[in-house]
Ligand binder design. Structure first.
Ligand code: FES
Length: 106
């Protein structure tokens, strides 16, 4: 039987708030571009796993943004650059290892 569900489902916050909003937002920290980069790169190089990279609304961790969460692992990361995204793809999505230095710790 084929598993129709995703092995990993990534929610990458692309929420945008008006300039000057007290909470800020992930969109103002390049999250839209970083999420697009992650989606494209994951599709190109992770061909043996069913993974979905979704844009999401606010994940309520705005101060750490750009914020993403990976399910079913319930692991939260802040990814501020393409090289951060590369690490998450290479370590977490491909090799099943948590990227400790990008974890969001409240
Ligand atoms: S705006 Fe991205 S977590 Fe709130």
């Amino acid at each position: 039987m084929t598993n129709k569900f995703f092995e990993r489902h990534v929610f990458f916050c692309t929420n945008q708030r008006p300039d000057g909003h007290e909470k800020g937002c992930c969109a103002s920290k390049k999250s839209v571009l970083l999420r697009a980069y992650m989606k494209k790169k994951t599709k190109e190089i992770v061909t043996d796993k069913k993974i979905r990279i979704n844009a999401s609304g606010c994940l309520d961790h705005c101060e750490f943004g750009p914020t993403m969460v990976i399910y079913p692992d319930n692991i939260w990361y802040t990814c501020k650059s393409e090289s951060d995204v590369d690490l998450v793809i290479d370590e977490h999505l491909i090799n099943d290892r948590v990227v400790e230095n990008l974890l969001i710790k409240k």
